[in-house]
Design a protein around this ligand. Structure first.
Ligand code: PGA
Length: 266
């Protein structure tokens, strides 16, 4: 699997013109980045304009939303449905980000409903968790085939936007703990992850003060399958450098089928 690099722009930049400029320079800079999947998650209001700037089907950038609601449509003022995101060209959606848990009071139950709705609309949920409890509650009642579609982002709150990343050894411990706990629960068969081979079937990525200098540590040393990048994704030069460093750290280009290289053709 190619490493996944997810850019979470949060509520930035301030204008569409700036968003287009940022997107344009990222687009040009990562043109030759082949063995990483880049996902840009801009504010909802910029999605349509940015999506119209890319050339399908072989383009290297995918899009994601930063949240979604759990219903398809209806009287839910201010919300955006997974179906709407899909319709605008998104393949991913970030769910359960700590900033939404903190400022919007999103609960694990709400996040669980959002995950189920996102999956129904064929979006890949990127579930952000800080601990095992959030993982369990967020994935409650998911079928095995649904679990396999998730990406779990380990995002320790102390590391988000602080410039103080979790040291890779510690992050790796958490990644191992996630797997171990899931493994233990396999035995009791009460886990939503029963029989799921997390390592192969569910991607675990790291987020929290990732930059071009430390990015490869999380992939190479800690064994994460990707990164969730906030601040560093708003500086095109820094983000391009980060993507290139990750690419260089993972030089083995898998022999992919045409279907993998150009999924939009099929
Ligand atoms: P940061 O944000 O890279 O600015 O720490 C990461 C995130 O919030 O997903």
């Amino acid at each position: 699997m190619k490493p996944l690099i997810v850019a979470n722009w949060k509520m930035n930049p301030a204008t569409l013109a700036e968003a287009k400029r940022l997107f344009d320079s990222i687009k040009r800079g990562i043109k030759n980045v082949k063995n990483a999947e880049i996902v840009i998650c801009p504010p909802f209001v910029y999605l349509s304009a940015l999506e119209s700037e890319i050339m399908r089907p072989s383009f290297a950038i995918s899009f994601g939303g930063q949240s979604c609601f759990w219903e398809e449509k209806g009287a839910f003022t201010g919300e955006v449905s997974p179906k709407m995101l899909k319709d605008l060209g998104c393949d991913y959606v970030i769910l359960g980000h700590s900033e939404r848990r903190k400022y919007l009071k999103e609960t694990d139950e709400m996040i669980n409903k959002k995950i189920k709705a996102a999956l129904k609309s064929d979006l890949t949920p990127i579930l952000c968790i800080e601990n095992i409890s959030q993982l369990k509650k967020g994935t409650k009642d998911l079928l095995r085939k649904e679990q396999k579609k998730l990406i779990i982002a380990y995002e320790p709150v102390f590391a988000i936007g602080t410039g103080k990343p979790c040291i890779p050894e510690k992050a790796k411990e958490m990644k191992t703990a996630i797997k171990k706990i899931i493994g233990e629960e396999d035995k009791s068969s009460s886990s939503p992850f029963v029989a799921a081979r997390v390592n192969e079937d569910i991607s675990i990525i790291y987020g929290g003060s990732v930059n071009s200098q430390n990015a490869t540590d999380y992939i190479k040393m800690a064994g994460f399958q990707g990164l969730l990048v906030g601040g560093a994704s708003l500086d095109s030069e820094e983000f391009i450098k980060l993507a290139k460093n990750v690419t260089r750290a993972c030089p083995v280009v898998e022999l992919r089928s045409l279907r993998d290289c150009a999924p939009k053709l099929f």
